[in-house]
Design a protein around this ligand. Structure first.
Ligand SMILES: [Zn+2]
Ligand SMILES: [Zn+2]
Length: 343
């Protein structure tokens, strides 16, 4: 089969590789679409240590089942499917309590980090355990389904603290995940959604996707602007989707007393925390990582058109264009949001 192989850091090429072998409970998927993730770009140059070559990356994929292992039930060749990027064990305490994103034995498709190497979906075929597989409705195109991981991250973040319809939610950062959080909030009935971003195009997109207000943090002090919108009270919940000290400060200071910040972004590994404000105003800080069982709900949101990923898909391209597109994304081409490879 043809695959996009990272043979050394920053060196990707399309090569011939043996077909993946499947175990008893695995399926072989003919990949039809696979998104390039930010984590793939960060892994491409070795900076994260989670893409040790040689490796086929890619974990945001959809396709058609080619073949199933003898122990697989509930799926058959020809089924249109997508899958979780996280392979959870199904047996540890976290898995058994439903928090599969916290699995003790978690591995990720398209990652190699010293402990394991799991080839991913920038290839014609990928092998995945049937436990993480989900059937797709006929009406959902593969290219949209490749955004399911991103949608599920947004659904999970909102599930950490679902605002009531009359509450105010602030989303700090209107990149891909921020815009998806805006849409999920709207789908769950929120009517006051404030988006914050430096980039006017991203603010415009957030507004188009359901934000009721958009704030430019360069022009306005975010906490004061949010207070103006909430009769002086402050927001009930905020989503921090960047991960810098300044954006965290905005997320905390725009809240009412007893409000909640859901932490999603983590661009900086460390940030400054105004401890006294958090303690004396009894702010709840909640981390949100990946997703845990929200893929079916995400499929439903996409299929019903309640979440629209088309404005997020910048372009789709064949496998051969993979190396050039990785290089473009690596150089920080700001015109690209999600790039989908069609192997
Ligand atoms: Zn991803
Ligand atoms: Zn587990």
């Amino acid at each position: 089969m043809r695959a996009l192989l990272l043979s050394e850091y920053k060196k990707l090429s399309v090569v011939d590789m043996p077909m993946p072998e499947i175990g008893d409970s695995d399926v072989l998927v003919r990949v039809r679409a696979c998104g390039i993730c930010g984590s793939d770009i960060h892994g491409y140059d070795g900076s994260t240590g989670r893409r040790i070559p040689p490796l086929v990356m890619g974990h945001e994929a959809a396709g058609v089942i080619e073949r199933i292992g003898p122990g697989v039930r509930g799926f058959e060749a020809g089924d249109r499917v997508s899958f979780d990027s996280t392979v959870s064990c199904g047996a540890c305490d976290f898995c058994r309590s439903g928090r599969i994103n916290l699995c003790d034995n978690r591995t990720v498709l398209g990652v190699s980090c010293g402990d394991y190497r799991r080839h991913g979906a920038f290839a014609e075929y990928v092998a995945v355990p049937s436990r993480i597989l989900y059937k797709l409705p006929e009406t959902l195109p593969f290219e949209r389904a490749a955004l399911l991981e991103a949608v599920s991250v947004a659904v999970h973040a909102v599930s950490r603290r679902v605002p009531a319809p009359d509450e105010t939610a602030v989303v700090v950062g209107s990149g891909m995940i921020g815009v998806l959080i805006v849409q999920v909030l709207r789908a769950k009935g929120a009517t006051n959604i404030v988006a914050v971003d430096l980039d006017p195009r991203k603010r415009a997109l957030a507004t188009r996707m359901g934000a009721t207000h958009a704030i430019d943090p360069q022009e306005h002090d975010v906490p004061s602007a949010v207070r103006e919108l909430t009769s002086g009270r402050g927001a009930d919940v905020s989503f921090e989707v960047v991960g810098h000290s300044e954006t965290l400060l905005s997320s905390l200071r725009c809240l009412r007393k007893g409000g909640t910040t859901v932490l999603v972004g983590n661009l900086s590994p460390r940030v400054e925390l105004p401890l006294q404000e958090v303690v004396s105003r009894e702010i709840d800080l909640l981390g949100s990582c990946a997703s845990s069982g929200e893929i079916p709900e995400s499929i439903d949101l996409l299929a019903r058109g309640l979440v629209d990923v088309d404005p997020i898909i910048s372009l789709t391209a064949p496998l051969d264009e993979g190396p050039a597109l990785f290089e473009r994304l690596y150089r920080g081409d700001a015109t690209l949001m999600k790039v989908i490879i069609q192997p």
